[in-house]
Ligand binder design. Structure first.
Ligand code: NAD
Ligand code: TYD
Length: 423
């Protein structure tokens, strides 16, 4: 019988697993690893590095954290879970002393812009104070001594990676009503060989040097966390990196975010709320491509550097909504067994499900990432074209109705009614 994952505790001598120490293994502390991107990153690490990755996941299991995202991964002897809070000073210190990770990758955060508008406080506490607590613990645990000039010397091979967002750069303008082909430099094209589907809605792009200009409480809190990460690098010489990615999509994303919300509403026969006119543009990144980029930055990124990670896929919201409706309808038409998931006739799946609702206050118009730095320095590009990634994503939700049901019962319904009724 499998042990109850919630009872896992590396500090408990009766723990079903104690993570072995071995010089060729890399030790990862993954905070927020029961959330969408963190769990996909754990999966990626196991696929890529197998038993050579020794992984401790720390997650507070807020509404967004779900151990079911890790049910297969926690069966591995080299993966361990602790339920805990990144703001807990004693716990983090103890983990750094006793687990002694090579890499600390901080995914833990409050992540939903709409929630940050209705209740910003927790965003400051988790995203800013929590990140600073991790940085401080790393500084203390990795410091060996100060040299004769007072410069801190740290144990080699350690790195702190802050998972940030392109939203720290604020909003770009949308310059075209219909997308135009995106022109990419030869050096980027030499890396991104199989991406021929590139398009853009504007002339501006976020580079790592774009000034920080957050516009929502969420992005303001992530920007503050970035600034603390930079400050620990500059002031204390702590080995840090920051990655700033665009909107992710893929399996296990909580259905408060656009793509899984569309899929879930289609299955439940509910209207799909599109904010404003549906013209806002996001640069969609398949979560596996993101996971690969993070691993590359950890292994080969230059210490102290920031890397933007984009999807090469700018699209306006209304097109995303229509595309997902089309895919679900196609699958239901060609594979009738899936119709069991519907609470209504398949003929109802069409664009009449779309409803335009009051816009989000301060809604950023467009995000688009210039991927030159990570492409040319690390040889990374987003390999998954959108049509392939979105079909895989839709199929994952259709194939995991239990996951969707469990996560959307209870508190999710209360959230949904609060956010969308009378909007
Ligand atoms: P998510 O909301 O799915 O997961 C966040 C995880 O953090 C959850 O498992 C939650 O339980 C955990 N958590 C929250 N507060 C915690 C605390 N105090 N201590 C420990 N754990 C805590 O988020 P996600 O989409 O997986 O995002 C992961 C990271 O990537 C975040 O830092 C987010 O800002 C960033 N990011 C996400 C996207 C995206 O499109 N999803 C885009 C850009 C950046
Ligand atoms: P979201 O998934 O919340 O990500 P972010 O705000 O971090 O970009 O939203 C993606 C886009 O979809 C954003 O422009 C807001 C829009 N949106 C809707 O139109 N309707 C919805 O119900 C949601 C959740 C988002």
């Amino acid at each position: 019988m499998q042990p109850d994952p919630l009872s896992y505790d590396i500090f408990n001598t009766n723990s079903p697993k104690t993570l072995p120490r071995n010089s060729i293994m890399s030790r990862y502390l993954i905070t927020g690893g029961a959330g969408f991107i963190g769990a996909n990153f754990v999966r990626y690490l196991l696929r890529k590095h197998g038993n050579e990755a020794n992984i401790l996941i720390l997650d507070a299991l807020t509404y967004a954290g779900n151990l079911e995202n890790l049910s297969e991964e926690l069966k591995h002897d080299n993966v361990e879970f602790i339920r805990g809070d990144i703001r807990d000073e004693k716990l983090i210190k103890r983990i750094l002393d006793e687990f002694d990770p090579d890499f600390v990758v901080n995914f833990a955060a409050e992540t939903h812009v709409d929630r940050s508008i209705t209740g910003p406080q927790i965003f400051l506490e988790t995203n800013i104070l929590g990140t600073q607590n991790l940085l401080e613990a790393c500084r203390c645990a990795w410091l060996i001594r100060h040299d004769e000039n007072g410069k801190p010397i740290y144990r080699s091979g350690h790195r702190f990676l802050q998972i940030s967002t392109d939203e720290v750069y604020g909003s770009l303008s949308r310059d075209y009503d219909t997308p135009r082909p995106l022109e990419v430099s030869d050096e980027v094209m030499a890396v991104a060989k199989n991406r021929t589907d590139l398009q853009t809605f504007g002339n501006g792009f976020f580079t790592e040097n774009t000034p920080l200009a957050p516009r929502s409480p969420y992005s303001a809190s992530k920007t503050s966390a970035d600034l603390f990460t930079i400050a620990y690098g500059e002031t204390y010489g702590l080995p840090v990196n920051i990655t700033r990615c665009s909107n992710n999509y893929g399996p296990c994303q909580f259905p408060e975010k656009l793509i899984p919300l569309i899929i879930n509403n289609i299955l439940e026969g509910k209207k799909i709320p599109v904010y404003g006119k549906g013209e806002n543009v996001r640069d969609w990144l398949y979560v596996d491509d993101h996971a690969k980029a993070i691993d590359m930055v950890l292994r080969n990124g230059r210490i102290g550097e920031i890397y933007n990670i984009g999807g090469f896929n700018e699209e306006q919201n209304i097109t995303i909504v229509k595309t997902v409706i089309d895919i679900v309808r196609q699958i239901m038409d060609s594979e009738p067994a899936y119709r069991e998931l519907l609470s209504h006739p398949v003929e109802d799946i069409d664009y009449s499900l779309i409803t335009y609702v009051t816009d989000r206050p301060g809604h950023d118009m467009r995000y688009a990432i210039d991927p030159t730095k990570i492409a040319t320095e690390l040889g990374w590009y987003p390999e998954t074209p959108f049509d392939e990634g979105i079909e895989k994503t839709v199929r994952w939700y259709l194939d995991n109705p239990g996951w969707v049901r469990r996560i959307t019962s209870g508190d999710y319904r209360i959230y949904y009614d609060k956010m969308y009724s009378n909007r």
